[in-house]
Design a binder for this molecule. Sequence first.
Ligand SMILES: O=c1[nH]c(=O)n([C@H]2C[C@H](O)[C@@H](COP(=O)(O)O)O2)cc1CO
Length: 169
Amino acid sequence: MASGDTWRADYLVQEDYWMAMAALTAKRSRDPKTQVGALIVNQKNDIVAIGYNQMPKGCDDYVMPWKREGKDKWDTKYPYVCSAAAAAIMNTNGAVLKGCNIYVTLFPDNESAKLIIQAGITKVVYLSDQYRDMEMMAASKKFLEVAGIEFRQFQPREPTITIDLAVNN
Ligand SMILES: O=c1[nH]c(=O)n([C@H]2C[C@H](O)[C@@H](COP(=O)(O)O)O2)cc1CO
């Protein structure tokens, strides 16, 4: 076979593509510290939802606090921000999430894990686990285990492809 007739080997494999899409989506976030992206695929490998950490729709991001610390917790971003997983789960255009997989650039916290479980998502693939030492992450892992949800850290295909998955964390 002439070399031009064969398919190229260095194409972006499916899982690398999904995580790269999640990482790209993270770049939409206005969070000054940590941008997170999430992408949900169904059992047919169709992308059904994407999301990034953002203030709830219709709330003016510019007037909401994006601070990590303030005079009290209500003066920070934490009570208001929607996690990337939450944004994706609420952004399905009616797709059914039961049996879907979610690709997230940061391991989901306990609040995100609740939604993942309730949505019927069955697998979580995450890129970074940078907050692994926080109690809420232990709670989240426990939750996912009890609910029988598979979770694992993303491994890009080696060695042919390197994708710039750097997120601004
Ligand atoms: O699972 C998550 N998903 C998610 O979208 N986030 C968002 C909420 C905040 O906007 C940001 C975390 O901010 P910080 O790194 O400054 O604590 O990431 C945070 C977590 C916690 O892991």
